[in-house]
Design a protein around this ligand. Structure first.
Ligand SMILES: Cc1cc2nc3c(=O)[nH]c(=O)nc-3n(C[C@H](O)[C@H](O)[C@H](O)COP(=O)(O)O)c2cc1C
Length: 346
């Protein structure tokens, strides 16, 4: 951890994508450390025992290169990917921008990844290590049948991960977000559930923060009718209406980090309300402290994830968040995370 605190000023002198690749390389050689989380942070969901509710969001380890190093940093779970059936380069560089003054990032990577074959091989190689690993799957940009890409992704990772996240909310693959529209979503989920077959691997859908109330109602109704296991709320935003100080704010792509906190939490709160708290939600978008994580939990998230704050605060942030969460639960008289979920609505 201290190593990353020393390295961070150097990493921030590099362009964001080079800094990211160097971080992944360094993580491969990190020593393994065992840490025990307070009992109050344990939560059972999808029949999985999470040691703490703070996960790493998708996009950091797109190729499943360092899942165990991520878990060793103190995350309760790690979501790998997005992986698409075939390897693809993604959009032209530069395609990641730091908005340091806003504690934010804009990315328009466009699902750059090595494809399913190495992803699956790496999952097989580390399978016996355990830990809670999500596989986030997507579709290739040039695919003739995008739903078939999701079916193949599901069949390939079944049995090798703890849950599957269906990503239909990246703003950087043209037309992908259209899969969130009611008819398209219903067909997608029907086919994805069929691809899952008799397996009980939980299947969640990751949605955008840029959805209006009627779109949210339609998604919630389909999620309920098709009995998917949960929603991940949310991906990055294409909205730029919030005040942003950095000159990079005009770059196109998905905005993440602090400016996303409010909208993504609003959407999560609405979904919780519409579904009467019956559909598990993973809350993600702008979390940079224990208080932020707690806000999402009280708004209705059973688990949370983060990515961008890690760029600004380093891996020491994870322990800071879990410690703060424990203190906040105690302050408010909750014995555990499960008791706090959705309490902002009471
Ligand atoms: C550089 C970068 C790449 C990302 N790539 C993916 C991805 O491949 N799949 C995905 O579902 N989300 C991806 N995301 C979105 C994050 O998983 C997360 O939903 C979003 O960044 C909001 O969380 P944050 O504010 O804590 O970063 C990416 C985010 C960033 C910053």
């Amino acid at each position: 951890m201290a190593l990353f605190d020393t390295l961070r000023p150097v990493l921030h002198l590099l362009d964001p994508e080079t800094a990211h690749n160097l971080t992944i390389k360094t993580l491969k050689y990190m020593p393994h450390k065992h840490q025990v989380d307070p009992q109050s942070l344990h939560i059972k969901l999808f029949n999985l025992d999470f040691q703490n509710p703070v996960g790493l969001a998708a996009g950091f380890d797109k190729n499943a290169e360092v899942p165990d190093a991520i878990l060793n940093l103190g995350f309760g779970f790690a979501e790998l990917g997005t992986v698409t059936p075939l390897a693809q380069h993604g959009n032209a560089k530069p395609r990641i921008f730091r908005l340091s003054k806003d504690r934010a990032v804009i990315n328009r990577l466009g699902f750059n990844n090595d494809g399913l074959t190495p992803f699956v091989a790496r999952l097989k190689f580390r399978f016996l290590n355990g830990g809670i690993i999500g596989a986030n799957i997507g579709a290739n940009k040039d695919s003739q049948d995008r739903v078939a890409d999701y079916e193949l992704g599901i069949k390939s990772v079944l049995g090798l991960c703890s849950y599957i996240a269906i990503n239909i909310s990246s703003p950087n693959t043209q037309g992908l977000r259209a899969l969130q529209e009611a008819n398209a979503l219903d067909e997608l989920i029907e086919r994805c559930l069929a691809a899952r077959g008799a397996s009980r691997t939980p299947m969640l859908v990751k949605i955008a923060p840029d959805l209006n109330d009627s779109e949210l109602e339609a998604i919630a109704a389909i999620a309920r009718a098709r009995q998917i296991d949960g929603l991940i709320v949310s991906n990055t935003t294409i909205d730029r209406s919030m005040p942003l100080l950095s000159r990079q704010a005009k770059e196109s792509g998905g905005l993440s980090g602090q400016p996303l906190m409010h909208n993504s939490t609003m959407i999560l709160s609405k979904i919780y309300k519409i579904t009467h708290g019956k559909l598990p939600i993973i809350g993600v978008g702008g979390i940079a402290s224990g208080a932020d994580a707690y806000t999402k939990i009280c708004a209705g998230a059973s688990l949370v994830q983060l990515y961008t704050a890690l760029i600004y605060k380093g891996p020491g942030l994870i322990r800071q968040i879990t410690t703060e969460l424990d203190t906040l639960l105690l302050r408010d008289g909750f014995k555990n995370i499960a008791e706090a979920v959705g309490t902002a609505h009471h």
